[in-house]
Design a protein around this ligand. Structure first.
Ligand code: HEC
Ligand code: HEC
Ligand code: HEC
Ligand code: HEC
Length: 502
């Protein structure tokens, strides 16, 4: 097949099923090769879908790799570690689901042509034997491995910052490594403090972005040994296009200053539009309108970022760009099938586990209030109940059922009342009367108050902290207490019953 036809055919495989995805810009493939790097995937196959237009997903990552391959020049894919699990220690009930997920991720990455994978502490949650059972192309610390990309040798080394790492890279150089990528097993701060010109690498991917805000963004530091760190949970990829033209060190090309400014402007518009798309309880027409606009801006950003660089002749150069895996990007049908199979298995697995193990809840303590469920509250607070019934909270469990994810341990906790707490949901398949986000999700366990209404153990729940147990950065990134509160109160629930509408 001609390269152009091959490209369009491959593009079609990943995106023709989806409307409104424009074909990629077709340009003459530049000489050289392309590398993709993922880091800190933390056991994420994809986002939960709790908010509109969430980033991420292994199926979107796979589609990006497939599109690049369609250009006809070599594409290699590496993973920097902390991939298989989200926690270093798993609660017993989560083990079947998390292991199944790690296997699915592994299969997907192999299907993407994974060349090598470094190890982080999160890869070891189930021990080295489990890791070995996955038969991943692992990259042991401080042991350079050389790969061939269209006849060009490129070397990859992983490890924490240490003299051994620096030495391993120097040795690789001395024995002819032409391009060296380091997957540094450190956080961004440690990398900034330590990495200097003694490390003879062309690019360093900092494998552990750190916690909190640090893991939210993609970062690049241009300098002699450029540093990159990726947004975690599989939300972005790093793409490096390498263009060997001569001997000598490779220079990281800047996109034109104007292009960079324009990209930054588009990124800001994307963030702003995402906040507008996620305003609580938007009318469907307005939501559709805003989503269309958002997708348009994302497509513009994609096109601009894909504009080929001007490769200076006779010089060794490379370009770097992050690929945020926005929800409007195409998916890969083969990987979609893997994820669907996982989704289907998990429910049955978790229910089977629940039937053969003791309840998830700790024993209740006599003096402490227990969860009792909405029906008791309704008897005395009919008006509040009515207001609640009109909020989205009253359908939170149905949301999971509609997605076939009500037995997923990753999901159920925030979509029911009192998960793993006395009187709450103590078995994943026994949620009657505790389904949805109920009164006690905000007001706390109510057994004592229901018996004695003077009891002060019922919480007012009128602070942002109450909400943010569930409306956290990941699931509700645009949460705003004032705006959200206004949507859950009404006559008899935080407002006088005879309130006249303003
Ligand atoms: C940490 C708490 C938490 C977890 C865990 C969680 N959710 Fe949610 N979910 C929320 C919150 C909070 C919202 C509402 C977000 C908003 O609108 O700002 C939500 C909303 C949703 C919605 C959108 C509902 C609508 O009205 O459009 C879907 C779908 C959803 N969740 C599915 C899932 C799935 C599937 C999982 C597991 C993969 C999951 N959730 C795990 C807290 C959670
Ligand atoms: C136990 C977890 C939990 C707590 C606590 C919680 N929420 Fe929610 N909230 C959810 C979930 C889950 C959804 C999505 C429900 C659905 O549509 O399936 C949601 C949805 C909402 C929505 C609708 C959002 C939209 O996009 O339309 C509003 C508004 C909201 N919550 C406000 C609040 C406020 C205000 C608080 C605190 C006073 C709060 N929530 C506390 C879990 C929670
Ligand atoms: C037997 C009747 C009864 C039942 C059952 C009951 N309440 Fe109450 N509740 C009251 C009365 C009476 C008050 C105090 C008077 C008032 O302010 O309405 C009250 C007050 C409250 C308050 C306000 C507390 C404050 O500090 O201002 C909340 C919140 C509340 N109830 C929630 C609940 C929840 C949640 C449930 C279910 C677990 C529930 N109630 C069950 C009768 C009841
Ligand atoms: C998403 C969290 C949330 C849920 C769910 C919720 N409440 Fe509330 N509730 C609040 C907040 C916040 C306030 C305080 C509102 C204010 O004063 O601004 C409140 C106030 C109240 C009050 C005081 C009434 C008043 O007008 O001062 C009662 C009683 C009450 N809730 C009962 C209930 C009952 C019964 C349910 C279930 C049917 C329920 N709430 C569900 C968050 C919640």
């Amino acid at each position: 097949m001609k390269p152009l036809l091959a490209l369009l055919a491959a593009w079609c495989v990943v995106s023709c099923a989806k409307k409104d995805v424009r074909p990629p810009q077709v340009s003459t493939p530049a000489p050289g090769f392309t590398l993709f790097v993922s880091a800190g995937v933390k056991g994420y196959l994809g986002p939960c879908g709790c908010s509109e237009n969430m980033r991420g997903g292994i199926t979107r990552a796979a589609a990006q790799v497939a599109l690049a391959k369609a250009f006809g020049h070599p594409v290699l894919y590496f993973d920097a570690g902390d991939t298989l699990f989200g926690q270093a220690q798993l609660p017993a009930e989560a083990v079947p689901q998390q292991e199944r997920k790690a296997r699915t991720l592994t299969e997907a990455m192999k299907a993407m042509g994974l060349s090598a994978k470094a190890n982080g502490p999160l890869d070891d949650a189930q021990g080295a034997a489990f890791r070995a059972s996955l038969a991943l192309p692992e990259l042991p610390d401080n042991q350079p491995r050389t790969f061939e990309a269209g006849g060009f040798p490129l070397t990859v080394v992983s490890g924490p910052w240490s003299p051994s790492l620096v030495e391993a890279v120097s040795k690789a150089r001395a024995s002819g490594a032409a391009w060296v990528l380091v997957l540094l097993q450190e956080d961004w701060r440690t990398a900034l403090r330590n990495v200097d010109d003694s490390l003879e690498a062309d690019a360093v991917v900092v494998a552990r972005p750190g916690e909190g805000a640090a893991a939210e963004e993609n970062r690049m530091l241009r300098r002699k040994v450029p540093l990159f760190s990726l947004q975690d949970k599989g939300r972005s990829l790093l793409r490096l296009d390498v263009h060997p033209q001569s001997d000598g060190r490779f220079e990281l090309l800047a996109a034109g200053a104007e292009t960079e400014r324009e990209l930054k402007g588009l990124d800001q518009r994307v963030e702003l539009l995402k906040a507008q798309v996620n305003e609580p309880m938007l009318a469907p027409e307005l939501l559709a309108l805003r989503k269309a606009k958002l997708e348009e801006i994302i497509a513009r950003r994609e096109a601009l970022a894909a504009t080929p660089a001007q490769w200076p002749a006779g010089k060794n150069t490379f370009t770097a760009r992050f690929v945020p895996l926005e929800s409007s990007l195409p998916t890969d049908p083969a990987i979609d099938a893997l994820v669907t199979a996982y989704d289907k298995d998990v429910g049955a697995m978790n229910v089977a586990w629940a039937k053969t193990h003791s309840p998830l809840c700790p024993p209740s303590v006599d003096a402490m209030p227990r969860y009792v469920g909405n029906t008791q509250c309704q008897q005395c607070h009919a008006d509040a109940f009515k207001v609640w019934g009109e909020s989205k909270h009253a359908a939170a469990y149905a949301t999971l059922e509609n997605k076939g994810k009500n037995f997923h341990l990753d999901c159920v906790g925030c979509h029911v009342v009192g998960f793993k707490k006395p009187g709450g949901v103590c078995r994943i398949d026994e949620v009657a009367g505790r389904d949805h986000v109920g009164c006690e999700s905000c007001h706390g366990p109510g057994s004592r108050h229901a018996e004695d209404t003077d009891d002060s153990s019922i919480a007012k729940g009128d602070d942002a902290h109450t909400c943010q147990k569930c409306h956290d950065q990941e699931n509700s990134p645009h949460f705003n207490f004032k705006e959200y509160l206004a949507k859950i109160i009404g006559p008899g629930h935080g407002q006088p019953t005879n309130a006249t509408k303003k």
